[in-house]
Design a protein around this ligand. Structure first.
Ligand code: HEM
Length: 404
C-alpha cells in the first residue's frame, strides 16, 4: 500500500456519508413535497422536516469545513494526472459551495416566500428565525427568483454527484491507487490509518453549535422586541361592576390544521363587565387581549400566530372584543353579539353564553366561531383554507365577583 492511501479520519467519513445521504434525501423529498397538492395530509410536516434537516446540513457543513482545515485530507494518489487532480478539486469545491448554497437559498426562500409565510421550528422544538433584513424581497418576483435558484441547485448537485461517483469509481477500480476505500470504513480491503489522529472536534462541532444557539437565540429576542405578552388594561372610560377572577377564567381557541385539531390559550387579557341580570339589554362587556400572549398546543403554531399574516403582534399588540346586544333566551341562557377588532378588521359574530349565579359570584361559559378570512388571518400562506380551517372556535370561561 502506498503512502498516499491513508484513510480519511472517522469524523470526516461520518460527516461525508451523513451529509451525502441527507442531501440525496432532501432532493427527493424536496421534489416530492413540492409536487403535492396544496393541503395534502402531512405536507406541512414535510416542509418543516425539509427545513429542519436543511439547517442541520448547513450546521454540519460548518463543522465539516472546520474539521477539514484542521485535519487535511490524505493527498490524492500520485499516479492521477494533473487534469484529473484539478477536476477532482473543482468537484469537491463545488460540493462545499453547494452544501452552503442549498441551505442558504432554502432559508432565504422560506424567509421571503409570499406563499409559504410560515415560521421555521426545527424538529418542532427550536424556533429558527427568518433571514434578517430581507423583508424587501418579500414579493412574488423576488421570492420566485430565489425559489428558482434553490430548485435548480438540485440539478447542479446531481451533476456534481455523477462526476464525483464516476471519479471515485474510476480511481478505485483502475490500475491507480484505490480512492473510494479511503472514504469507506473498513470495507473493500485494507487501507492505512489516517496519518495523524483527528483533532479539533470541539472547535468544529462547538462552532456549529454556537451558530445554532446564536441564531435560534435571536428568535425569542426578536419576539420580545415585538411586544408579545405585554400587559393590557381595559378601557378606562368604562365602569365595570364585576371583577374577573383571572386564575379561574380562560379564553381558548381551537381549529383544524393539516387534519389535526389544534388549540391554544391567551395568557394575557383583561375584561371590564357591566352586567345586571335583571336588565341584560343594558349590559356590555369589553375584553382586551394581548395577541402576543397566544400560546398554542405546538411551538410552531405559537410562533406562526405572531407572524405578520396572522396576529402581526409587532404592529397590533392587542385585539379587543365587545359583547353587545345581550338578550336572555332561557333560564341562565343568553345570546349576544361579539364584536371582535383584530388588526384592521372588525367583525360581528353570535356569542351565546350561559350564566350561573351564586350569591355575588358568576360563572359564564360561552362560545363564538370566527371565520379567519374576514379577519385577514393567514391570507398569504393559506387563503383557501387548505391547511388551517376557516372556522376558529373561541371558548370563554369567566368567573367574576360582583362589586356593586
Ligand atoms: C442541502 C440542503 C437542501 C437541499 C438539498 C434542498 C433541496 C430542495 C429541493 C430539491 C426542492 C424542490 C425544488 C423544486 O420543486 O424543484 C426544495 C424545495 C424547498 N426547499 Fe429546500 N433544500 C435544502 C435546504 C433547505 C432549507 C435549509 C430550507 C429552509 C430553511 C429549504 C426550504 C425549501 C422550501 C420552502 C422548498 C419548497 C419550495 C416550494 O415548494 O415552493 N430547503 N429543496
Amino acid at each position: 500500500m502506498s503512502a498516499t492511501s491513508e484513510r480519511y479520519t472517522s469524523v470526516a467519513i461520518t460527516l461525508h456519508w451523513l451529509i451525502a445521504l441527507a442531501i440525496v434525501g432532501m432532493i427527493l423529498g424536496g421534489w416530492y413535497m413540492g409536487d403535492l397538492p396544496d393541503g395534502a395530509p402531512g405536507q406541512y410536516f414535510l416542509y418543516q422536516m425539509h427545513k429542519s434537516i436543511g439547517i442541520t446540513i448547513l450546521l454540519l457543513t460548518v463543522a465539516r469545513i472546520i474539521w477539514r482545515v484542521m485535519n487535511p485530507p490524505p493527498p490524492l494518489p500520485e499516479d492521477m494526472n494533473a487534469l484529473e487532480k484539478t477536476g477532482s478539486h473543482l468537484v469537491h469545491l463545488g460540493f462545499y459551495g453547494l452544501m452552503i448554497a442549498m441551505p442558504l437559498t432554502g432559508w432565504l426562500y422560506s424567509s421571503v416566500s409570499v406563499k409559504l409565510d410560515v415560521p421555521t421550528v426545527l424538529y418542532g422544538a427550536i424556533s429558527w428565525p427568518d433571514v434578517p433584513f430581507v423583508g424587501g424581497l418579500k414579493t412574488e418576483a423576488a421570492s420566485g427568483v430565489v425559489n428558482f435558484i434553490h430548485s435548480k441547485l438540485a440539478w447542479v448537485a446531481i451533476g456534481l454527484l455523477v462526476l464525483h461517483v464516476a471519479g471515485a469509481l474510476k480511481h478505485e477500480f483502475s490500475a491507480e491507487d484505490g480512492v473510494l476505500k479511503r472514504m469507506i470504513p473498513g470495507l473493500f480491503g485494507k487501507v492505512d490509518k489516517p496519518q495523524a489522529p483527528g483533532r479539533g472536534a470541539l472547535t468544529a462541532f462547538g462552532s456549529s453549535l454556537a451558530i445554532l444557539v446564536i441564531v435560534a437565540g435571536a428568535s425569542p429576542l426578536l419576539g420580545a422586541l415585538s411586544g408579545s405578552g405585554q400587559a393590557v388594561s381595559a378601557d378606562a372610560a368604562f365602569e365595570p361592576n364585576w371583577t374577573v377572577d383571572k386564575a379561574a377564567s380562560s379564553i381558548t381557541f381551537s381549529g383544524i390544521h393539516d387534519g389535526n385539531t389544534f388549540s391554544g390559550t391567551f395568557g394575557n387579557w383583561d375584561a371590564a363587565i357591566q352586567f345586571d341580570p335583571t336588565s341584560p339589554a343594558k349590559a356590555e362587556a369589553r375584553v382586551t387581549v394581548a395577541t402576543g400572549s397566544a400560546e398554542a398546543s405546538q411551538k410552531l403554531y405559537t410562533d406562526s400566530l405572531k407572524s405578520p399574516e396572522w396576529f402581526n403582534t409587532a404592529a397590533f399588540p392587542s385585539a379587543s372584543v365587545e359583547i353587545l346586544n345581550i338578550s336572555e333566551t332561557g333560564d341562565g341562557q343568553y345570546l349576544s353579539t361579539a364584536r371582535l377588532t383584530l388588526k384592521d378588521a372588525t367583525v360581528d359574530t353570535d356569542f351565546p353564553f350561559s350564566l350561573q349565579l351564586e350569591g355575588t359570584t358568576a360563572r359564564m361559559t360561552g362560545q363564538a366561531v370566527f371565520q379567519r378570512t374576514p379577519l385577514d388571518l393567514g391570507q398569504a400562506s393559506d387563503p383557501s383554507a387548505d391547511w388551517v380551517s376557516e372556522d376558529v372556535t373561541v371558548d370563554v370561561v369567566v368567573v367574576a365577583a360582583r362589586t356593586d
